[in-house]
Design a binder for this molecule. Structure first.
Ligand code: DER
Length: 233
């Protein structure tokens, strides 16, 4: 499909233009776009010089499936470069992430990386968070705090819901870290307000991490439907 093609071209470009011979430790994000990141690295003749740090179960499988060296954050706490997808990107490269409920490990890896590169198809690049992504800001919370945090998010004008599992698993989504996800709709979040909103949510006791990645990405590679790639930095 056109969307899959745009994911592939932006991911390939991101690897080709940013992965350097002196890089050793690579963060691999979660979702469908980073599939092409792992695929591209897997094609490199010098792929064995790299150790790849996952951001969850799916990311770990991606590393294994592409026969890349699997590492972990405990052993490799300083990452040279990390690649990840996003649910939405604004004009300051702030992101909403966590559509795949991996935001805690994703933010840990992004925060541990010297270079953090976002790859996404152009549907995600809307200029304002909340303009295109209508499922709310994902927030990872300790399970028994969920009601307290639902109340506190409502008090600051959010419309929060606990992310339900599927009929195959009664009850809420449980993250790789054993926590719940609350998705909170704040409508459109002006670029200038993202940092403050993130601070407000993080200050709520029981919140582990938010899907607002504020000023973390150095560059974004956007795959367009016409086959071109737009680089934003
Ligand atoms: O959950 C996440 O933050 C992922 O990076 C994800 O949202 C990106 O998903 P996609 O690459 O499948 O669009």
């Amino acid at each position: 499909s056109l969307v899959e093609k745009s994911k592939k071209i932006c991911a390939y470009a991101a690897v080709d233009e940013n992965l350097k011979p002196n890089h050793k430790i690579i963060g691999i994000g979660s979702g469908s776009t980073v599939v092409y990141i792992a695929e591209r690295i897997g094609h490199l003749p010098n792929k064995d010089q790299f150790t790849c740090i996952p951001t969850g179960f799916q990311s770990k499988q991606l590393i294994i499936d592409n026969k890349l060296n699997l590492g972990n954050l405990e052993e490799f706490s300083k990452i040279d470069i990390a690649f990840d997808g996003a649910d939405e990107i604004d004009s300051n490269l702030n992101c909403i992430k966590g559509g795949g409920a991996c935001l805690l490990q994703e933010k840990l890896v992004a925060d541990s990386a010297d270079n953090f590169i976002i790859v996404a198809d152009d549907r995600k690049s809307t200029g304002v968070l909340g303009k295109g992504w209508k499922k709310g800001v994902p927030i990872e919370v300790v399970p028994n705090a969920y009601n307290k945090i639902l109340n506190e998010l409502s008090k600051i004008g959010g419309n929060p819901t606990v992310r339900p599992g599927t009929p195959a698993k009664a009850g809420p989504v449980i993250t790789d870290n054993g926590n719940f996800i609350i998705d909170c709709d704040f409508g459109e979040i002006p670029v200038a307000d993202v940092k403050d909103l993130n601070s407000k949510i993080k200050a709520m006791v029981g919140v582990v991490e938010t899907g607002l990645f504020v000023n973390m990405a150095q560059k974004a590679y956007i795959g367009n439907a016409d086959g071109t790639v737009t680089t934003v930095s």
